[in-house]
Design a protein around this ligand. Structure first.
Ligand code: FES
Ligand code: FE2
Length: 451
């Protein structure tokens, strides 16, 4: 771990007034799992990160060379390619890779490029019995071995045995398929060692992909990503949810390749200078009008206990009595993990996953995606197709309440890009604690790229 990550003492570090997240957990009606009791705050200094990280093609090119060509990155779910020959096209920063299932059931990945004159082998996701290039017809088996060259007599220089597609490293975790374009990369298990044990209890591999929504955002990919890396912006950007979210009481934990922000739900923001009635908090949580009828919280029961018990009741038909082992926090809170550089699985039972990446080599354009994972009964349902939103389509048209919040975040993104193109500041200013996950990402970029 970098020198720049100095452990902080959670007891004495500066923090927001109001309850800490750990104090809130003390009130949980169920046993709180160890993973939520972990605390790993880090002092990473207060320095600024250059605006050029967001505004220049030169920095994007460095990210491509030192990060995107080198790092483990999430491509698709295993359930997206269940059958032999199923293939998925994964594009990153002007490069394209094919992820596919071979005859033995193994998952392999190759650069999506013909070894003859380079044409992309597959333009679309789908199923194929072989990989035949549409240009002149060179053909490879799914396992990468060369199987046919039309008029092969004219290529005496090609030896069939050493003209296989170059496989690149592939790994799976919790139903997610990762690739690394670097054939000499460090093992995936090392890369994910801080994050994987924390998810054991939550078994994301046992969920199915119930939604997958994608949209091109007019900003650098880091601007989009950083909008989801802190809760400090909630009072400015999502004031309507302050009545039901402990925004500035979020706990931020930093490890080496992963970090998390845990934000309590069903509790009001310490920033509000008035009392929030149960009815008002419920209206916010249920996203209904200010005068709508809402259920009564039984006397002596706290709002978090009440909302968690409703959530257990909703999950019980599918998850069974397992729901009684889920603590209130696991059912109510935003437990937003990030695995460097761009993979964001939520912990516990929310089943939300984000991914952010550059849109080709345009450093002012990003692809933002939200995947929802859901429990199922019986046979695994088919995974959702990707729904790509047009420029004028809202997130809420695809994701309801969650989408409304994304629309507010999205509204900021191009304005942040404009502001950073304009500013006389040399660097971006970040807070010491609440924005420390953003700082961690930049610190990681510095480690990988250098400054
Ligand atoms: S480029 Fe693929 S067969 Fe020629
Ligand atoms: Fe937001």
């Amino acid at each position: 771990m970098a020198e720049a990550y100095k452990p902080l003492d959670p007891e004495t570090m500066p923090r927001s007034p109001g309850m800490t997240y750990q104090e809130l957990l003390d009130q949980d009606s169920h046993e709180v799992p160890d993973v939520l009791r972990m605390q790993s705050p880090k002092d990473m200094g207060l320095h600024e990160f250059s605006v050029e990280r967001y505004t220049t093609k030169a920095y994007h090119d460095k990210e491509v060379e030192h990060v995107w060509r080198k790092v483990w990155q999430f491509t698709c779910r295993e359930e997206d390619i269940p059958e032999v020959g199923d293939h998925y096209r994964y594009d990153i920063a002007g490069m394209s890779f094919l992820v596919l299932r071979t005859e033995t059931g193994e998952i392999k990945a190759y650069p999506n490029a013909c070894l003859h004159r380079g044409r992309m082998l597959k333009e679309f996701d789908g199923n194929a019995v072989e990989l035949r290039c549409p240009f002149h017809g060179f053909c490879w088996k799914l396992d990468g071995q060369l199987s046919d060259i039309p008029a092969g007599w004219d290529f005496p220089q090609i030896n069939q045995d050493d003209f296989s597609l170059p496989a690149i490293p592939v790994a799976t975790w919790a139903g997610f398929i990762f690739i690394n374009p670097d054939q000499n990369c460090a093992p995936f298990d090392d890369f994910i060692k801080d994050l994987a044990p924390q998810f054991e209890r939550w078994n994301l591999g046992g969920l199915y992909k119930s939604a997958h929504v994608s949209k091109v955002m007019p900003c650098n990919w880091k601007i989009a990503q950083e909008a989801f890396c802190e809760a400090y912006h909630v009072s400015g950007t999502h004031p309507q949810i302050l009545r039901s979210l402990g925004d500035v009481n979020s706990q931020v934990d930093i490890w080496d390749n992963c970090a998390r922000v845990v934000t309590p739900g069903a509790t009001h923001s310490p920033l509000l200078d008035y009392d929030v009635s149960n009815d008002d908090m419920l209206r916010t949580l249920m996203d209904v009008d200010h005068d709508a009828e809402v259920p009564q919280v039984p006397d002596g029961m706290g709002m978090r206990e009440f909302m968690a018990s409703r959530s257990r009741d909703n999950l019980r038909p599918i998850a069974g009595d397992r729901v009684d082992t889920y603590c209130d926090a696991e059912l109510l809170d935003s437990i937003d993990y990030t695995l460097f550089p761009n993979f964001h699985p939520w912990g516990a039972f929310n089943g939300i996953v984000y991914r952010f990446r550059p849109n080709g080599n345009d450093h002012r354009s990003a692809i933002m995606e939200c995947i929802l994972l859901s429990p199922f009964e019986g046979e695994r349902p088919a995974p959702a197709e990707v729904r790509t939103l047009a420029e004028d389509e809202s997130w809420s048209s695809a994701l309801g309440y969650l989408g409304k919040v994304f629309d507010q975040d999205s509204f900021n993104m191009p304005k942040v890009q404009w502001g950073l193109e304009t500013t006389y500041q040399k660097g971006v200013v970040l807070s010491g604690y609440q924005e420390s996950k953003v700082r961690w990402i930049h610190q990681k970029l510095t480690e990988w790229i250098g400054e």
